[in-house]
Structures are given as C-alpha cells and as structure tokens.
Design a protein around this ligand. Structure first.
Ligand code: AMP
Ligand code: TRP
Length: 336
C-alpha cells in the first residue's frame, strides 16, 4: 500500500486482433517496459475489444497467446507489472455497461475510428464497435489510473474517458480518478512502409507495409528495402514532403536511441539504399532479440502463471471500484 501511494499508476491495453506489429512495439509495448520501473504498471490484453470486429476463433486464440508471450518477451516483468486478460476480470464488462449509460450518442458519433469506418462506407459495423470507447473508459477507470500511455490514434478515447469520469464525479460525487493520456514524442505514429500516408496497421492484410514482431527477419528486411520513398534523393526529416524517409528515420531513431538530427547528419550525401540497409539492420537485430526471448517464454509455462497471478490482482482492485460505483448510482442497496 505504501508504495502504491507513492508511485503513480499507469495502465494500458493492447487489442491483438492480429499479430503485433513494429508499430505496436515502438508506439506502445516498448514504452510499457520502460515505465514499469517508475510506475505501478497495469497492462492487459483487450480481448473484449478484439471481438468488436469478427475474428476467426483459431486465429484469435493464437494472437492472444502470442500477445502475452510478446509482452513478456519485450521485457514486461510479471513481478513488477500486473498483466492479465481483460475477460478474466468480469468487472470490465459490467462497468462498461454503466459507462454506456453515462455516454451520449453524439459523443460516440464523434469518435474518429468509428467516423472513418462510416465514411469508408463500411456496413458491418457492430454495436460493440460503436460503443467500444465506453468499454475502454471502464478499463481505465476501474483501476484509478493516473496515466494511460497510448499511440496517437487512441488519444481521443482517453479524452472521452476523462469527460466520462468528470461527468460521473459531478453527478454522483467523487468516484473516479481523471486519467491523462501519455503519447510518446517519437514513434507515436509509425506509418505503413508501402503507403506512408497511412498508419502501419495489423489490420492491413497482406500488406507489404507492415512488419510483424514474429516475422521472419529476411522478410522484414525485404519490406524495408522496398519501402516507398521519394525522388528527393536526400535523407531528411520532413514528414510533409518526405513521409517515407521520415518514417524510416523515426523507426531507426526510436529503436537505436540515436536522435533523428544525428541520423540525418550521418546519412547526408548517402543514397537511399545504404540508408534503408542501416534501418533494416537495426530493425532485424531488434526482431531477432524479441523472437529469441519469445521462444523461451513459450516453452517456459510463464504465460499461464502470469495471467493467473495478474487476474487475481486486477480482480481485487476492480471489484472494489465497481462496488463503490454501484453504491453511488443507487443500483446496489445491500451492505457488502
Ligand atoms: P492496436 O494495435 O490498435 O491495438 O494498438 C495498440 C497500441 O499500439 C495503441 O497504443 C496504439 O496507439 C499503438 N499503435 C498501434 N499502431 C501503431 C503505429 N503504427 N504507430 C505507433 N503506435 C501504434
Ligand atoms: N483501444 C485500444 C487499442 O485499440 C486498446 C485498449 C483497450 C486500451 N482498452 C484500453 C488502451 C485501455 C489503453 C487503455 O489499441
């Protein structure tokens, strides 16, 4: 308890509705590993969020297991962080429904992820997908998180969470901590290698633009070597006019720690081939390291143990908060 009071709490989730990508690693996972030293870290696999879009059951199972294994392989430590599967803590769905009842249709209509799908004319949008920001708010508010590290695309959902928390506190009295989003300065939005105007995304099936963490390193190298660039023939950081090169610079800088300006100097006057090859070296070294640790984790039995321990810890916190919420609303009248 003493340490929980001293240290701020940070919470985040990943929705493995596909294989995790280099974008997930740079924008999210890698940062969680760093944060676990300074914060009380809670991370979960958002498997309820996954099914807002139809998933093949066999593939989903594999992706969920791989995601836990990759969390561990990337360095999350179950002794320091609470790691669990969202559906193991039933309180998420229950508070999710309560959040649905405290959100307005107009708010959800404004969520970019939903709006984009509507704009693209998609007709298979589930009700679950539409209300998913409310579930995400529940995920965060159940644990009184101070900070929520996310990529750029998720910031809007954390802002909605803040609005919902403030609304609830105002209506029913102080109940939820109002969280803050934390978006990394470099690497919050890794772009597709084949179309640098789009985010690198695991939902782009068969795309040459996406590198998976468990991908064969030769294939990853090939994708980097054929990444879309431009005609400028100059390695410069200019996301507007040279989005492809700028994306590669971001990837390299976030993995190697070498500042972008320094990379630009190092590759001044050099060709794109040489630059891409250096980027591929850094990416492939990182992938090899993660993949070797992934194999160890898969063979170790650590996954079951981690999820068991994590869900017990999470359930304790979530139960307490949900009881409080239900009492405040008046929907629970017995003393527990
Ligand atoms: P998702 O893959 O959409 O479940 O995202 C999991 C986490 O990774 C979220 O915090 C995202 O913002 C982050 N993320 C996903 N794709 C990228 C990307 N291309 N660049 C940076 N961060 C990303
Ligand atoms: N919606 C997030 C995504 O698509 C995943 C997620 C679910 C999440 N619940 C969360 C992230 C709570 C942070 C906090 O990536």
């Amino acid at each position: 308890m003493e340490s929980a009071e001293k240290r701020k709490r940070m919470l985040s989730g990943i929705k493995p509705s596909g294989q995790l990508t280099l974008g997930n690693y740079i924008g999210a996972l890698r940062n969680f590993v760093r944060y676990q030293d300074d914060y009380e870290m809670i991370v979960f696999i958002a498997n309820l969020h996954c099914i807002t879009v139809y998933q093949d059951p066999q593939e989903l199972k594999k992706n969920l297991r791989d995601a836990v294994a990759l969390y561990l392989a990337c360095g999350l430590d179950p002794q320091r962080a609470t790691i669990f599967l969202q559906s193991d803590v039933l309180e998420h769905a229950q508070l999710g429904f309560i959040m649905n009842c405290n959100s307005y249709q107009g708010e959800l209509n404004r969520m970019t992820q939903y709006k984009d799908k509507v704009a693209k004319g998609e007709t298979n949008i589930t009700v679950g997908l539409y209300t998913y920001p409310c579930l995400m708010a529940a995920d965060i508010l159940l644990y009184d998180a101070d900070y929520v590290p996310v990529g750029e695309d998720q910031k809007q959902h954390v802002e909605l969470t803040r609005d919902l928390a403030q609304r609830f506190n105002h209506r029913y009295g102080d109940t939820f901590r109002v969280p803050e989003p934390v978006v990394p300065q470099v690497g919050a939005r890794i772009m597709s290698l084949s179309d640098p105007s789009k985010k690198m995304s695991k939902s782009d099936k068969g795309d040459k633009g996406c590198i998976y963490l468990l991908e064969d390193v030769r294939s990853a190298r090939k994708k980097i070597m054929s990444a879309v660039t431009d005609m400028e023939a100059c390695v410069r950081f200019d996301p507007q006019d040279q989005p492809g090169i700028s994306n590669l610079l971001t990837i390299m800088s976030s993995l190697s720690g070498e500042p972008i300006e320094q990379l630009v100097q190092r590759f001044a006057g050099k060709g794109y081939g040489e630059f891409k090859s250096a980027v591929a070296d850094v990416v492939c070294a990182q992938l090899s390291e993660i993949q070797a640790r992934y194999q160890q984790v898969i063979q170790s039995g650590m996954i079951e143990q981690t999820l068991q321990q994590g869900s017990e810890q999470a359930r304790r916190l979530a139960r307490r908060k949900l009881d409080k919420v239900q009492r405040k609303i008046g929907m629970e009248f017995r003393k527990k």
